[in-house]
Structure formats: structure tokens, C-alpha cells
Design a protein around this ligand. Structure first.
Ligand code: C5P
Length: 418
């Protein structure tokens, strides 16, 4: 496992001769387990073809702000936020100037302005352009705004001059990316705005809500992992609904293909143990909702190298139990959230199992649902749930996951004040 495993990088490629080096950068990042989405400026496409970039990232390359097809697949705002870090390489004088001045007249500059994640810039340009007071002024402004920089390096330039302006080497950029990812890369909205619509007088105004969502990935070796089919849709919808009701929301998400919900502080984790420590760090809270499908087991040990097929048959995976996050939080003696909510995803005897779990884990409310394959709930957009408490069971009709989230949040808000 490396620090980059499972991390999502949005790479904004600017138009410069050094653009060809980002092909190697993409390769290095993917070797280390990161995924890369690329957006290119029109000028960048003059230096490297979108096809080469797409072949290396293994995905679509985004280059057009006004493409209806792109917007239908993933809107530019979502694209700018569905990453752990945004990297500009090469960061041209033009891109830096646009970002320093808040210009957004193409996809690349719009992504840079709309993102809620940190931006790391790897400048590359002619040395006179780099040393020009205008560029230096922009770099100072951007540093003040929290933009991180790697390079430029001194050296021979494509234009025949010598000096600062060369793009940092791919491995140097990889190291800067790893360092940036070590700290929290989310940029919170200013206080007051970090809440959803109608927040100030919403049912959860002034309350803190912590939500877990998605699956966890438990590594078997550097390339394989144990996972499950959870999409994170229900957990993300709950975090969003809580923010819309005015709560201050922390979402701890396992690996999912969903954008971070607006107005929610989202922390991305991979394993159950990472999820538990992120939840711990996000507490205290009024409400804790454990929606995540946490893997029950992990490997007792994970080696540095890939398990090999050999003459000895299939390897025996030695598994150990993961911490139960829900039970750990529900059974706390001090600083226990006032309401602890669990999810019981079952394939048979749904209600009986949910009641047992409510007691075993010590939570206040269990949301039970049938996730047998025929229901299509895992990964689907609707959910049929039963609210199980010590007082009884409340069965809801099949609803959109967003509607389930809104009703659940409304109910939790009522319980908090009851
Ligand atoms: O025991 P089971 O996995 O069915 O319980 C489901 C509930 O417990 C969910 O709310 C899930 O988020 C939570 N859970 C947890 N940590 C685990 C396992 C489950 O928080 N290790």
C-alpha cells in the first residue's frame, strides 16, 4: 500500500512543451494506486493528444466546458470536486494568471475556481515569463490563497535558454502530491455557508451530524482487496439531507464513485480502521449515522508484494475481525452522540435481525432493509426501509434514497428535541 492508493487526482493539463511529461506523471501515479481524471486546455491538446492522455488515465479526457454530453455524464462542478487533490501540470503563465484573478472562461480554469479541494501547481514556462513581475505577483497571490507549488526547476529550456522554468520531474511531482495528500485537502466553505439551503432555521440548525457511507476496502496484497457492493448513495444522501436541515455535517466515506455532497466536510478513507479513526476525529456530535457497509474482516497481515500463483494451490487468507464502528460509538460512556443510528442490511428475516442488532450494538434506532439481489437496493436509487426502535417498527413505502434521507433526518430531528 502506498499513500497514493485509492486517491483520486484531477489533473489539469496546461498548454506547454512540457505537457508530454505529464504522460509519465500519469503512469507513475497509477502505478502507485491513484486514479487520474484529466482535463486539458485547448492549447494542451496542441502538445499532447487527448487520446494519449485517455489511454494512460484509462478514462475520458475532459476538454469542453460547453459539452452537453460531458455535463450529462458528470457536470463540471462535480468533476472539480470528485477528487482528493487537483494538480495543474504544466501550470502555464496563462493558467496561473487566470486562477490568481478568478477568471473562468474555459473548462480548465472553471474547474480550478469551482473546486473545494487543494490545488497543487507544477509551473513550466520560459524563464523570462516565470521571472516576470506579473507571474511572480500571481504566484504570491496563489500561495496566499493556499495553492501549493512544486518547481519549476532550473535547467536548459526547450527555447534554448537556461534558468528556472522547467517542469518538475514526474517523481518530484508525485512526492509533492503525496505530501499534499497527507494533510486534509478539502477546503471548507466559510462558516455559515457550510450549511445547506434553508440552513439557519432548519430542523438541525446548530447540530453536529457524523455519517459513514460506502464500502470499505481491505487490502489483501498491494493490488487486491476485499470489498462489497455498497454504492454510498444512501449515506451520501443522508449527509446531504442533514446539511440541508442546517446541521454541521462530517461525512466519512469509503471508496465510492460519487461527488462529495455540497456543504458537507467529506473525509475519504479506505479501510475500517481508517474509518473508525476518522469518525473518532469527527466527534463529538449530536447524531451519528452508520450507513457504511464496513467489511467485517481484514487480512491479519498484508505483505509488500503481490500473492503469487504457485504449486501449492490457493493461498489461505488469514482474516481477523475489524472493529465494529457503530458498536464502539454506541457503547461509549462519555461523549456518546445523543442519537446513534445503524443500518441493518439483511437478506432474510430482516426485522428479527434488525431488532437483535439494535440490542447487540446498543444503538437507538436501526434502519432495516432487505438487500437480497432481487430488491436491487444495493447500488439502486430506491430503498424500502423499516425503522426499528425499542418502541416498535415503522415501515415506509419504497422511496427514492434522497426522500428516505430527508424523512430520516426529519425523524431524527424530532427525536433529538423529544
Ligand atoms: O453487523 P452488521 O455489519 O450487519 O451491522 C450493520 C451496521 O453496523 C451498519 O450501521 C454499519 O455501518 C455498522 N458497522 C460498523 N462497523 C462494522 C460493521 C458494521 O459501523 N465493522
Amino acid at each position: 500500500m502506498t499513500l497514493l492508493s485509492g486517491k483520486r487526482i484531477l489533473l489539469v493539463i496546461g498548454g506547454g512543451i512540457a505537457a508530454y511529461k505529464v504522460l509519465d506523471l500519469v503512469r507513475r501515479l497509477r502505478e502507485r494506486g491513484a486514479s487520474v481524471r484529466a482535463a486539458m486546455t485547448k492549447a494542451a491538446a496542441e502538445f499532447v493528444t487527448p487520446l494519449s492522455v485517455a489511454s494512460l488515465t484509462g478514462g475520458k479526457v475532459y476538454d469542453d466546458l460547453f459539452s452537453l454530453i460531458d455535463e450529462a455524464e458528470m457536470g463540471h462542478i462535480e468533476l472539480s470536486r470528485d477528487a482528493d487533490l487537483v494538480v495543474i501540470a504544466p501550470a502555464t503563465a496563462d493558467l496561473l494568471a487566470k486562477l490568481a484573478n478568478g477568471l473562468a472562461n474555459d473548462l480548465a480554469s472553471t474547474l480550478l475556481l469551482a473546486t473545494d479541494k487543494k490545488v497543487l501547481a507544477a509551473p513550466a514556462m520560459n524563464l523570462r515569463m516565470w521571472l516576470h513581475p506579473a507571474t511572480q505577483r500571481n504566484v504570491t497571490t496563489l500561495r496566499k490563497d493556499g495553492v501549493l507549488f512544486v518547481g519549476p526547476n532550473d535547467g536548459d529550456m526547450a527555447c534554448g535558454e537556461y534558468g528556472p522554468g522547467r517542469l518538475a520531474e514526474p517523481l518530484q511531482i508525485v512526492a509533492a502530491i503525496a505530501a499534499a495528500l497527507e494533510s486534509d485537502t478539502a477546503i471548507p466553505l466559510p462558516a455559515g455557508l457550510a450549511r445547506g439551503a434553508g440552513a439557519a432555521n432548519g430542523a438541525l440548525a446548530g447540530r453536529r451530524v457524523v455519517v459513514t457511507s460506502g464500502p470499505t476496502h481491505e487490502p489483501i496484497d498491494p493490488v487486491r482487496y476485499i470489498a462489497n457492493r455498497s454504492s454510498g448513495k444512501q449515506g451520501h444522501a443522508i449527509a446531504r439531507a442533514a446539511a440541508e436541515a442546517g446541521a454541521d455535517v462530517a461525512l466519512i466515506s469509503g471508496p465510492v464513485n460519487l461527488p462529495d455532497p455540497a456543504g458537507v466536510q467529506t473525509k475519504h478513507v479506505e479501510t475500517a480502521r481508517e474509518m473508525l479513526s476518522a469518525v473518532d476525529a469527527a466527534l463529538p456530535a449530536d447524531i451519528f449515522v452508520a450507513t457504511a457497509a464496513v467489511a467485517d474482516w481484514r487480512m491479519a497481515e498484508t505483505g509488500e508484494s503481490k500473492l503469487k500463483k504457485g504449486g501449492n494451490g490457493a493461498p489461505k487468507l488469514h482474516l481477523v475481525e475489524n472493529p465494529d464502528i457503530l458498536a464502539a460509538i454506541a457503547q461509549r460512556n462519555h461523549a456518546r452522540p445523543k442519537l446513534v443510528v445503524g443500518f441493518a442490511a439483511e437478506t432474510d428475516d430482516v426485522l428479527a435481525h434488525a431488532r437483535k442488532k439494535l440490542e447487540a450494538k446498543g444503538c437507538d434506532l436501526m434502519v432495516a432493509n432487505d438487500v437480497s439481489a432481487a430488491t436491487g437496493i444495493m447500488g439502486g436509487d430506491t430503498n424500502t426501509i423499516h425503522i426499528v426502535t425499542r418502541e416498535g417498527i415503522d415501515s415506509w413505502p419504497t422511496l427514492d434514497k434522497d426522500e428516505v434521507a430527508r424523512r430520516l433526518i426529519a425523524r431524527l430531528a424530532r427525536e433529538l428535541t423529544a
